[in-house]
Design a protein. Structure first.
Length: 407
């Protein structure tokens, strides 16, 4: 980065912090999050000759809870600081957001809407925390149904060009509330797109994809992000997933090369479901769930049945304690089940804390990869003070999940 770019980044970060950070009691409660320290373990793996020439990339998935999810105001202003803190702390190269609404943000339930969407607002807040070090996050797709005549994202900031703050109008070209953000310091966007999926409600369901290139190594990969219907049958979500994989198949080859691929998102598919799920569609198509959720149907009881992890395959995270951070936590905070306690008993944990890394919490959010990926770590990102598989005061009804992987 040149001296002028560093100076502008620092100036922009200062201005963003002063203008966009919202100090609220609820947000302050979430200020301290997990350390996202698993990257160091993945970096040390570079000594393996099989990984030495590959690129290490950070990939995350986060359902941030739409500001009007289910027709209810979810108090985005009180939650956004904590969510931005988590993303900025972990610094993924790309994060797939779900429920990142393209509707205008309200500062209170009845306030006049600002001309900025939820995903734009979050992008600004993340950049307020990362720009001083040169990490600039940009939405892969900046189309929304209307940018208004006076959008806050107008391509400018304090009299200077700010290309990440550009809004484009199209009723069809945007991916609705699925938004991939990429770190433009580490990663270059080569091409991208989105496609509609069938939907069981009026919400437009989509799958978004992007071909990205790590700047340092020039190695390329495909990132895919989706959110399947919650108010639908498993059979309906299976059909949605098949549609999404059809889109992936069209774009996995770029300039004649088959790309290492990540499929992330909220699949609304629990491993406790006896019917075939969207996750099963991916597994059947030879995609690998990097954390190895065990779908064999056995009651958990004291034997930890449903909390078990399958034997790792080559693309999966290897079985070693430092590679699994908070994996025993559920990816959704709506679940009342905890793998640290026997079913129906919350008085005494069945697992010693030192054993938590061996068992997976309940999951409806996933990171699947193609065989060419080598995932090295997993983290379920929860607020500081969380304990016994329960996130403490989480800023969303889901927790962010993340991996560091070689491609």
């Amino acid at each position: 980065m040149t001296r002028s770019r560093r100076a502008f980044a620092a100036l922009t970060a200062t201005a963003l912090c002063a203008t966009l950070s919202v100090a609220t009691p609820a947000a302050t409660a979430h200020a301290a999050t997990t350390s996202c320290a698993a990257k160091a373990v993945a970096v040390a793996d570079r000594k393996d000759p099989a990984l030495a020439r590959k690129a290490l990339v950070g990939v995350a998935s986060y359902n941030i809870l739409g500001q009007s999810a289910g027709g209810t105001w979810t108090n985005w202003p009180a939650r956004r600081t904590a969510i931005a803190d988590q993303i900025a702390k972990c610094l993924p190269d790309v994060v797939g957001l779900q429920e990142a609404s393209q509707g205008w943000v309200r500062e209170t339930r009845t306030a006049t809407p600002r001309h900025i969407s939820q995903y734009e607002d979050l992008t600004d807040l993340v950049n307020a925390r990362t720009l001083s070090a040169g990490n600039l996050y940009i939405p892969v797709n900046r189309f929304r149904p209307s940018c208004s005549s006076t959008p806050e994202w107008n391509g400018r900031w304090k009299g200077q060009a700010a290309p990440w703050r550009t809004c484009y109008t199209s009723p069809t070209k945007g991916p609705n509330d699925n938004r991939l953000l990429y770190n433009s310091r580490t990663t270059r966007l080569l091409t991208h797109g989105s496609a509609n999926l069938r939907s069981s409600t009026t919400t437009r369901r989509t799958v978004e994809w992007a071909v990205l290139e790590q700047r340092a190594t020039k190695r390329r990969f495909l990132a895919v992000n989706t959110h399947l219907d919650a108010k639908a049958t498993d059979a309906f979500r299976v059909a949605q997933m098949k549609q999404a994989l059809g889109v992936v198949a069209k774009h996995r080859t770029y300039q004649g090369a088959s790309l290492p691929t990540f499929v992330v998102g909220d699949l609304n598919s629990s491993r406790y479901t006896e019917a075939r799920t969207a996750a099963d569609v991916l597994t059947s198509a030879k995609w690998v769930d990097i954390v190895g959720n065990d779908r064999r149907m056995k009651a958990s009881g004291s034997g930890l049945g449903w909390c078990r992890r399958l034997t790792p395959r080559a693309p999966s995270v290897p079985m070693a304690a430092p590679r699994f951070v908070n994996v025993v936590y559920n990816t959704t905070n709506k679940s009342t089940y905890s793998c640290t306690f026997p079913e129906g008993n919350t008085s005494r944990p069945r697992l010693d804390r030192s054993q938590w890394w061996k068992y997976n919490g309940s999951a409806i959010d996933y990171i699947f990869v193609s065989w060419g990926v080598r995932a090295r770590t997993w983290e379920t990102v929860v607020p500081a003070g969380s304990a016994y598989g329960k996130a403490k005061n989480p800023p969303s009804d889901h927790n962010m999940i993340m991996t560091w992987a070689y491609v």
